[in-house]
Write a protein that binds this ligand. Structure first.
Ligand SMILES: [Zn+2]
Length: 50
């Protein structure tokens, strides 16, 4: 059931919001946590945190 697999994927996304990993909005891989910022090793996306 391919549809079910899709649903599982989205559930995982929302549940992961509180965990250590944050997903890249561009390529959906996990952002690496650095001091004061997060960055994606795949596409180069980076996000500065307060
Ligand atoms: Zn990325």
């Amino acid at each position: 059931m391919p549809k079910h697999a899709n649903v599982e994927r989205w559930e995982k996304y929302s549940d992961d919001g509180e965990l250590d990993g944050e997903q890249c909005p561009r390529c959906s891989s996990l952002l690496a946590q650095h001091d004061g910022r997060k960055s994606c090793g795949k596409c180069g996306y980076s996000k500065i945190q307060k």
